[in-house]
Design a protein around this ligand. Structure first.
Ligand code: ADP
Length: 586
């Protein structure tokens, strides 16, 4: 939040009542969603209801000790974020106050109140390199210069969306703070490296397009079976210990996004601390630079006021849109949207609104979809292509997917990665349940995989899905009568399915090679198993007993393809040996 908003203070009001994060005030001159400062300490809040003289405010800071009679000031402006260089490598709280600044101002993170800190350092100087000259015409959204924001990211300074644009009459070059004018237009508009934007309003774009490129994650089960598009939406439920953290780290590290915005929303303090401690340690495998050089962390832990869970979600998506406008592919991860929904429920019940399903407000679905709708693949205002992909974690209590937050999320998102506690217990990682997960992007992404990987990408995948489906059905019989009671061809199907699970679906995030699997290698592993399948069934038809087929020496090597650096040669050899060893049996 910018301090600039404090300049336009309107008429004061007085606190009438305080109920947790919900405060009512009388005599306040404010509009819906205006930011207000509450009480003697000036706690930040937002107007959420106006009824006659009574204004209801959700307060983003702890309200204990605040009481009736204390003043309330309206800023007359909605909640905004500061946008500009310095957001990469930053760690923010739910209202975009940098945690390191808070810490030095307050001597403790998380427990401060009433402290204002701008989201970006207003004094720090950045090296501005103009890309326009005097006499050039620029329109709203156009890039006027660049700043090396971090070792990885070049920040593009754009004409703000609410500027008219015009002819450039003055251009600076060199070191400037974000508040200094770097480009001046003939209509008097002065462009700085700093923009503010109201978080509840999507930043404008020229066109939202159908996403046709995958956000390649390097995780076989995701890219191979349940791909998400660049600009797509996904939900991932994360029961404790099922590998949510590892999956998120893997996506942050390997997904082919330029920028990662990670929103930790209402999770327990120690889990968020883990992220805050872990992320700065991680290297970006693509550049060798620190991962934080292309990452922004927003941390709102469960011990922070619930209302700020909502603001951290909106702050995150607005920052993501801003980098999208520069033409970047941004991946936003929100962990967990369930905690945000719980915050809505708490505020709603304090407002005594009519509760919907399980006490959640009736507008739960609308809020969730407003958030996910800001994802997408766009032509930006300045004609670039940029995307925001949103991956929302959900924490269904007891792992029960029928609860309202999971159900409403599933209606909106197009990819669902069902983390499964049972698989995790069996040490099948990533513990993504292939029977429950799905991706509605498959068909629109297939042409990309066909063009960039192999012609029969979709057919190979379908073959694998069919075998796994068949295994699923056979398992029921096996549980009743045992595997040996099955006919030999079905026993062989189970063996093929086992290799699909072990060699293809499982992937070790901690192995230096297996941690990332290119789509080509993902496809390669599938074809190796498919070769085994075809040759094994030929052998079976020729009368070879299934035990002998299973026992060939080469087959278990399928499980080691993942860890091979030189996988192409390895697969080639393996296919030849499997074929040879099976044909020797008849
Ligand atoms: P959660 O965050 O859901 O509680 P974690 O992500 O911490 O769970 O995962 C728990 C453990 O599971 C990890 O410490 C790790 O041993 C194992 N694990 C999870 N995912 C993988 C993976 N892809 N590869 C290897 N091990 C994994």
């Amino acid at each position: 939040m910018s301090q600039a908003t404090q300049d336009s203070v309107r008429e004061d009001g007085v606190i009438a009542s305080v109920s947790g994060p919900v405060v009512t005030a009388r005599g306040l001159d404010a509009r819906m969603n205006d930011v207000v400062y509450v009480g003697d300490e000036g706690l930040m809040g937002e107007v959420i209801e106006i009824e006659g003289d009574l204004t209801t405010i959700q307060v983003y800071e702890e309200t204990s000790g605040v009481g009736p009679g204390e003043p309330v000031e309206s800023t007359g402006e909605p909640l905004t974020v500061d946008l500009g260089p310095g957001m990469m490598d930053a760690i923010y709280d739910g209202v975009q106050r940098p945690l390191d600044v808070l810490e030095s101002k307050m001597n403790s993170a998380f427990l401060d109140r009433g402290v204002d800190a701008p989201g970006i350092d207003l004094e720090k100087e950045w090296e501005f390199e103009p890309t326009v000259s005097e006499g050039d015409e620029v329109a709203s959204g156009d890039v006027v210069g660049t700043v090396p924001e971090t070792v990885t990211i070049e920040h593009k300074v754009m004409v703000p969306p609410d500027f008219e644009g015009g002819e450039v009459v003055a251009v600076e070059e060199g070191e400037f703070s974000v508040t200094e004018t770097v480009v001046e237009l003939d209509n008097g508009e002065e462009i700085t490296m700093h923009q503010e934007w109201p978080v509840r309003q999507a930043r404008p774009a020229a066109e939202k397009k159908t996403p046709r490129e995958p956000l390649v994650s390097g995780q076989r089960i995701l890219d191979g079976l349940f791909p998400i598009a660049k600009g797509g939406t996904a939900a991932i439920p994360g029961p404790f210990g099922s590998g949510k953290t590892v999956t998120q780290h893997q996506l942050a590290k390997w997904a082919d996004a330029d920028i990662v915005v990670y929103v930790g929303c209402g999770e327990r303090g120690n889990e968020m601390t883990e992220v805050i401690e872990d992320f700065p340690e991680l290297d970006d495998p693509k550049t060798g630079n620190p991962l934080m050089a292309r990452t922004c962390l927003i941390a709102n832990t469960s011990n922070m006021p619930v209302a700020a869970r909502e603001s951290c979600i909106y702050t995150g998506i607005t920052i993501a849109e801003y980098y999208r406008d520069m033409g970047y592919d941004v991946a936003l991860m929100a962990d967990s949207t369930s905690r945000w929904a719980e915050a809505m429920r708490e505020i709603s019940s304090r407002l005594e609104e009519m509760p919907g399903e399980e006490g959640y407000p009736a507008y739960l679905a609308a809020r969730l979809s407003e958030f996910y709708e800001r994802a997408g693949y766009f032509t930006t205002v300045n004609g670039e292509e940029g995307s925001v992909s949103v991956i929302g974690a959900v924490s269904p209590p007891g792992g029960d997917f029928s609860e309202p937050v999971t159900q409403n999320t599933l209606r909106i998102v197009k990819t669902f990665w069902a983390l499964d506690a049972d698989l995790a217990e069996r040490r099948h990682f990533p513990a993504i349940n292939w029977n429950e997960s799905y991706s509605l992007y498959q068909e629109q992404l297939d042409p990309w995989f066909v063009e960039n990987v192999e012609d029969d990408w979709a057919e190979e995948r379908q073959w694998a899905v069919d075998v796994l489906d068949e295994e699923n059905e056979l398992q029921e019989i096996v549980q009743l009568v045992g595997k040996d009671a099955l006919p030999e061809d079905q026993q062989l199907t189970l063996e093929i399915a086992r290799y699909l699970r072990e060699a293809y679906l499982q992937q070790n995030a901690f192995h230096p090679t297996d941690t990332y699997c290119s789509p080509e290698k993902t496809y390669g592993i599938l074809t190796a198993i498919h070769t085994f399948n075809d040759e094994a069934f030929k052998a079976l038809e020729a009368g070879v007993p299934v035990e002998e087929i299973q026992a060939i020496e080469a087959a278990p090597r399928l499980n080691r393809i993942g860890v091979q650096e030189d996988w192409e040669a390895y697969i080639e050899d393996l296919k030849a040996e499997i074929t040879e060893q099976l044909r020797e049996l008849y």
